[in-house]
Design a protein around this ligand. Sequence first.
Ligand code: PBG
Length: 327
Amino acid sequence: MELIYRPRRLRGNQVLRKMVRETRMDKSSLVYPMFIIEGTNIKEEIPSMPGQYRYSVDRMEEKLAELCGAGVPAVMLFGIPARKDERGSGAYAEDGVVQKAFRKAKEACPGLYRIGDVCMCEYTSHGHCGLLHGQDVDNDSTLELLARTALSQVQAGADMVAPSDMMDGRVAAIRRLLDQEGYADIPIMSYAVKFASSFYGPFRDAAGSAPAFGDRKSYQMDYHNRREARKEAMLDVQEGADILMVKPALAYGDLIREVKDSTGLPLAAYSVSGEYAMVKAAAQAGMVDETGVLCEMAAGAYRAGADIYITYFAEELAECMDRGLIG
Ligand code: PBG
């Protein structure tokens, strides 16, 4: 057989396969999302996310140490307050649960990079991501509270803030307040391209943040849209975002690529709770190989253009990278 091109030539040996590998990834790009609940001595498993827990501030240290040991460099913290109210006041309380968690994390594991998710939905009694006017989430009056939330997290020790609410103009509002208060060096990672997604189901279980009525479609994006993804990303660039995010990751690889190429900013992809839950459920039912699938999903996000990968599988992935399964 006279064949000029034999692509298999480069696949015949593991050393060679790795040499010509096109997507390289390492642990320095991993972020682990973590739920912190008000109370003491709590480590409770989240039913829809087997292997993931809600920790009280006094119990979070064990997990932080584990992450450091595994070489995961960063955490993103979500707070679950004891009480929720109309205005989500727990989100920007000086002694709020996530603020206490930042202080604790800074003291317990100073080398671990701390990112704050900035949103109202875990703190509002109605579960929406902002202030209500009637049945609607009011954009402009929410901005001030988001900025206060971001500032309170930074004052408590967050190294970076990540607004996930999808209000228009929140990046500019947060930037302005942080700058005014002397935090010009704190970066903003914007959930710029965040879709109204059924993949967030287990997270809302974990945080008790499902909307009490309606849905989030009046502020989170319609998943049919690609041009709009570019628009949202560009607006956040103009408002001063330092890093952009696409969320979810699975099923959104095209948009990871689109945003990366059209903005040139560092890009994060968030593999969300539903992605984790699906892999766990299928693996537990013996239907797929968990390690194989989580590696493949991660490689897919990086190949699409992600620089940062936010995942509940961060520790497992770090281990896979150590073992040379991916990387
Ligand atoms: C807060 C927020 C959500 C997630 C991250 N930040 C929930 C939502 O928008 O309903 C989802 C993360 C996940 O599903 O893992 N707004």
